[in-house]
Design a protein around this ligand. Structure first.
Ligand SMILES: NC(=O)c1ccc[n+]([C@@H]2O[C@H](COP(=O)([O-])OP(=O)(O)OC[C@H]3O[C@@H](n4cnc5c(N)ncnc54)[C@H](OP(=O)(O)O)[C@@H]3O)[C@@H](O)[C@H]2O)c1
Length: 324
């Protein structure tokens, strides 16, 4: 089978599409014939050795996918060969076949394409977990989303709207902001040109926002924390800008603000019931048309390394989907 293969941590250019043996599922695992796999920022980190998870070599990136089950490992119950599924694979998805633990599967939803299925779980479940379980977002509160046209950012805009919040979307260009507007953002800030804190003050009558969703880090985190209201919640999602910011803790004290770390992957393993409830919410919202993954382009396996390079270079909007 064909797969995008990483033999050693290093530059993204070193990734190659190769012919490798079809993997066999072990006990509790299934093999999925991959119909679509979605690109995420961690794919760029994992192949460079910059991600918290470091798979054994050789491996393929690709953290989420959809497809049909092509083989069952020993002891797997509740699934059959041919079932259409979505899988949170962690890695291995940029390949024609991928082995995943059966516990990381859910059925592809009715009316959902393989591309949409591949692009649903990682971003939307992260944003729902962050806004619901971590921030306890209430209807009528205001959420500031940084990197609002990125994968997790766009999903946060959609989820916050589905939860009844007012959303201020911040991003670095007019076309990225237009995309955030298209999925429901109420207000827009171009933080490449505008002063983030000043604009939030203007948009909230100096009160600030109740929740900040920050997948970007770098120079934006401190002004965003300063723009957080009394008893506001600041969600630490990621550091796509590359720099992990160091924030003055007096900003937390002065307004009784909470700074909350979010680690979706680990939380799904530690709190499986909470994760399952969130997947049910996502399925219901998808069926009601309240949320929908925004797929900006689809590429073949041959285009996957280039797409990984582009997400690392801030050149991707919404989700890129790889169709092997
Ligand atoms: N905590 C969790 O559980 C969890 C789960 C999933 C993902 N994440 C993390 O969330 C972050 C975003 O992931 P994603 O898949 O949504 O990525 P993405 O689609 O690339 O979005 C990230 C956004 O960050 C902004 N950005 C600012 N400076 C950048 C730079 N130098 N390079 C690249 N992007 C830059 C870009 O928006 P502008 O150009 O508009 O600034 C971009 O749209 C990553 O750090 C990822 O590891 C965390």
């Amino acid at each position: 089978m064909k797969a995008l293969v990483c033999h050693a941590f290093g530059p993204i250019e070193n990734l190659r599409v190769e012919d490798i043996p079809v993997p066999e599922p072990g006990p509790g695992q299934v093999r999925v014939r991959v119909r679509a796999a979605a690109l995420n920022f961690p794919d760029a980190l994992i192949v460079q050795g910059l991600y918290q998870v470091k798979p054994a070599f050789p491996f393929s990136p690709g953290a989420e996918l959809s497809g049909e089950i092509s083989a069952l490992g020993e002891g797997v119950k509740g699934y059959a060969v041919g079932d259409r599924v979505i899988a949170a694979s962690g890695h291995g998805g940029f390949a024609e076949e991928c082995v995943v633990d059966a516990s990381r599967l859910m059925p592809l939803l009715p009316g959902m394409s393989f591309e949409q299925g591949a692009a649903l779980v990682l971003t939307f479940a992260t944003s729902l977990h962050a806004l619901k379980d971590c921030a306890r977002l209430k209807p009528g509160e205001t959420v500031l989303v940084l990197g609002a046209a990125g994968g997790v950012g766009l999903s946060a805009v959609e989820i916050a709207k589905a939860m009844g919040a007012r959303v201020i979307a911040a991003a670095s260009s007019p076309d990225k902001l237009a995309l955030a507007k298209q999925v429901g953002a109420d207000e827009l800030i171009d933080y490449s040109k505008e002063d983030l804190k000043k604009r939030v003050d203007e948009l909230t009558d100096k009160k600030g926002v109740e929740v900040v969703y920050d997948p970007v880090g770098g120079p934006y985190s401190e002004p965003a924390l300063r723009a957080t209201a009394w008893r506001g919640r600041f969600l630490v999602i990621g550091f796509a800008a590359g720099e992990i910011p160091k924030l003055p803790l007096n900003l937390a004290l002065l307004k009784e603000r909470s700074i909350i770390g979010v680690y979706w992957g680990d939380s799904t393993r530690r709190h499986p019931a909470e994760h399952l409830a969130n997947l049910h919410d996502l399925a219901a919202w998808f069926a009601q048309g309240k949320i929908k993954p925004v797929i900006s382009e689809t590429v073949g396996l041959d285009g996957a390394a280039d797409a990984i390079k582009r997400i690392a270079n801030r050149q991707v909007k919404g989700k890129v989907v790889i169709v092997p």
